[in-house]
Structure formats: C-alpha cells, structure tokens
Design a protein around this ligand. Structure first.
Ligand SMILES: C[S@@+](CC[C@H](N)C(=O)[O-])C[C@H]1O[C@@H](n2cnc3c(N)ncnc32)[C@H](O)[C@@H]1O
Length: 213
C-alpha cells in the first residue's frame, strides 16, 4: 500500500478525533486492510471527510465511480439526508458482491443502487444529474470522464477525486503512466471553465471541486 502524505504521528493523533465514531465501520476497514484479494479502501480519515462533505451538502443524489467493497459508499450513505440516494459503479463482479453484503451489514442497502460495469462505458450514457460525485475508479479514467462528470453535476454540486497527488509520489516505473495521466488530469481540472478546485494534500491527495453556477 502507498504510504499517505500525512506523517504517521499526525495520523495516530487524529484517529481518535474522528467525527464518525462508528465501530462497525472501523471493523469493516480493518478487515478490508487485512485482505490481499481486494484493492485498499479509503482510509478512515478520508472516509470521514467524505461523510462530513455529504453531511454538509445534504445531496439528494450521489454518484460514485469505483465502489470496491463499498467502504467509501457506506461513509457517504451514513451522511445522506432521508431521501438521498447513491448510484455507485464497480466493474469487478466479485467486489460488487462483497459490497452488497457490506451494505446489508451496515443497514444502508436501501439508499444504494449498485451498478456492475465499466465506468468508461456506463458514464457516457448517463443522463441523470447529481449533487455530489466521488471519482475513485481506475486512474486512467479520470481525464476521459472529466467533462462528462462536470455535465452530470448540478450547478453548485461537489466533485471529489481521490489519489490526485500520485504524481508527487516516488513510485516504480510501472506506475509512471498513471502518474502522467493524473498530472494531465490535474492540469485540466485547474483550467476547467466550470470548476473551482483545490487539491487537499492529505492521504494520497484529494481534489475537491465545485461546479460554478
Ligand atoms: C481504490 S478502489 C475503490 C475503493 C472504494 N472507493 C473505497 O474507498 O472503499 C478502486 C475500484 O475501482 C474499480 N475500477 C477500476 N477501474 C474501473 C472502471 N473502469 N470501471 C468501474 N470500476 C473500476 C476497481 O475494481 C476497484 O474496486
């Protein structure tokens, strides 16, 4: 696993100050981190931040790209207003099956519509609009899907992208293509006429953007 940007002693210190003291969710993350057959979920702190952002914005409709086993989806679901719903897309059937079980375990299933498929095929066909979008799927999909995600987002809506400080990490040669792709993506976000954005230097880097009215 790639070490987060934040020093370990800071992570240790803040972990007891989390707004979401949900032990069942902490257990779920610990279980996921111990497995080697799933990609790592968001860290507790990133999940808590997503939860707070959703709780602040009170979106009726959330779109997530890259469900994994559903940890980030659950963090957001627990911050939704009563009628809020999440559509989340995952291409790996096996992960989607785990995610469904986790949604039942955390009692959030009725808030979540899980779509199994490739975001590069599904997102371009979507027509619904969303108040909040979280992109955490394949890093090579970030740039090609950027304009479509901005179109799907309502004015005033929030877009969050995970892992956007990948270009700053000292990674092996096999990751260079992904690092270049994320760097090109960061440049596009910065100059996008419809977005105001900021890269939060936390975890692996989180870009937060708002669609201008
Ligand atoms: C880092 S994991 C997501 C973790 C999850 N968001 C969480 O924090 O709990 C990335 C996920 O995106 C999925 N993924 C990657 N490329 C995808 C694509 N093109 N379409 C759909 N899902 C994709 C992977 O299978 C993986 O489960």
């Amino acid at each position: 696993m790639i070490a987060p940007l934040t020093p370990q002693n800071v992570m240790e210190y803040i972990k007891d100050f989390n707004a979401l003291g949900n032990q069942a969710l902490k257990n779920l993350i610990e279980e996921a981190n111990m497995r080697d057959d799933v990609l790592p979920p968001v860290q507790l702190e990133v999940g808590t931040l997503l939860h707070l952002l959703v709780f602040l914005q009170q979106p009726q409709s959330v779109l997530e790209l890259g469900t994994g086993i559903g940890i980030s989806t659950i963090f957001m679901a627990l911050g939704l207003p009563k009628k809020g719903r999440i559509t989340t897309i995952e291409k790996e059937e096996k992960f989607a099956t785990y995610a469904k079980k986790n949604f039942i375990r955390m009692e959030v299933s009725e808030k979540i519509n899980l779509v199994v498929g490739d975001v590069e095929q599904i997102v371009p066909t979507m027509t619904d609009s969303f108040d909040f979008i979280f992109q955490d799927s394949g890093k090579q999909t970030y740039l090609p899907l950027l304009d479509k995600l901005v179109t799907l987002l309502k004015p005033g809506g929030v877009l969050v992208f995970d892992d956007t400080l990948f270009p700053t990490f000292d990674l092996p040669e096999r990751n260079k293509r992904t690092q270049r792709a994320i760097h090109r993506f960061n440049l596009e976000v910065k100059s996008h006429p419809d977005l105001e954005s900021f890269i939060l230097p936390f975890a692996h880097g989180l870009t937060m953007a708002i669609k201008k009215d």
